[in-house]
Design a protein around this ligand. Structure first.
Ligand code: GLP
Length: 246
C-alpha cells in the first residue's frame, strides 16, 4: 500500500487527487465511490484528507454527493447548441436513445396570455402536455408544451407518449418547424420538478422558453422546459455584431 500524506497544495495531495481522478475514469457515470472509510484505508490517507480531496471534485461537479447514500460519479454533460432542433434529434445526434413520457395532458381555451404567445385568438383550443424527456431512460428535462389546435388538430397527450412532437408536425401534419425564439435562465428545481427529474429539490436547472413557427407560418408551440443543470452545458455560436463573416 502506498501511503499518501497530506499538506495543503502539496505534491502528496496532488497525487491523491490524481489517484481519485484515475478511479473516476474507471467508473461509469452514476457508479458509487467505495465507502469513505474503505477508500481512505486503501489510499493510506486520513478520512479528513480524503474528504477534502473529494470535496474539491464535488465542487467541480466531477462527483455528486447524496446525503445518506454516498458519493457518485457525475454523468458527462450534454452540450446543447441553441438551435431549432428537437429533443429527440439532439439526443440521437449524441448516440443517446430519446424518450418521452406524458405526465399530464389537458385542453383549454388559450386565454389572453397564451393567445399572445401563440399568436391565436383567445378562444382557440390549446393542448397542454407535461412531458418528462429521457435519454437512455435517464430523466433529462421536463417540458410544459402548449400547442394550438389550429396547428395540430386532434393531437393528444397520448400521441406524444414515446414520440417526437417535431416528427409528428413534419409527418402527420406536413408542417415542420422552421424557426423559433428561445430564452434561457438559471433556476432552481422546485419539489415537483425535482421529484420527476430525480434530483434533489433546489438543484440548479436551466429554464428554456421557446416559441416555434411552422412552415405554414403559425406558432406551433409555447414550451417551458426545465433542463437538469448537472447534465447540460449550453453552447452558443458567436459572430461579429454585423453577422457571420462570409
Ligand atoms: C426541445 C425544445 C422544445 C420542443 C422539443 C421537441 O426540447 N426545447 O421546445 O418542443 O424539443 O422535441 P421532440 O420532437 O423530441 O418532442
Amino acid at each position: 500500500m502506498t501511503t499518501v500524506q497530506n499538506g495543503p497544495g502539496s505534491a502528496k495531495q496532488e497525487l491523491l487527487r490524481a489517484r481519485l481522478e484515475g478511479m473516476i475514469a474507471g467508473l461509469v457515470p452514476g457508479e458509487p465511490l467505495p465507502a469513505e472509510r474503505d477508500l481512505a484505508r486503501d489510499l493510506g490517507v486520513a478520512r479528513m484528507t480524503l474528504r477534502r480531496a473529494v470535496d474539491g471534485l464535488v465542487e467541480e461537479k466531477r462527483l455528486i454527493r447524496r446525503r445518506g447514500s454516498g458519493t457518485f460519479v457525475a454523468g458527462a454533460k450534454v452540450s446543447q447548441r441553441l438551435a431549432a432542433t428537437s429533443f429527440s434529434a439532439d439526443m440521437r445526434a449524441r448516440g443517446l436513445r430519446p424518450g418521452s413520457h406524458t405526465v399530464e395532458s389537458r385542453r383549454f381555451p388559450a386565454g389572453m396570455m397564451l393567445a399572445a404567445l401563440l399568436d391565436v385568438p383567445p378562444q382557440t383550443d390549446v393542448l397542454f402536455v407535461r412531458r418528462l424527456r429521457l435519454a437512455d431512460d435517464v430523466p433529462m428535462a421536463l417540458e410544459d408544451l402548449h400547442v394550438p389546435a389550429t396547428v395540430a388538430p386532434g393531437l393528444t397527450g397520448e400521441d406524444l407518449e414515446s414520440a417526437s412532437f417535431y416528427d409528428l408536425l413534419a409527418r402527420r401534419f406536413d408542417d415542420p418547424v422552421v424557426a423559433g425564439t428561445q430564452t434561457v435562465e438559471p433556476a432552481l428545481a422546485g419539489a415537483d420538478e425535482a421529484a420527476l427529474l430525480g434530483v434533489p429539490e433546489g438543484s440548479p436547472v436551466f429554464l428554456f422558453e421557446r416559441t416555434s413557427r411552422v412552415r405554414s407560418g403559425g406558432v406551433a408551440e409555447f414550451v417551458r422546459s426545465t433542463y437538469r443543470g448537472d447534465r447540460y452545458r449550453i453552447v452558443v455560436d458567436i459572430f461579429p455584431p454585423d453577422g457571420p463573416a462570409s
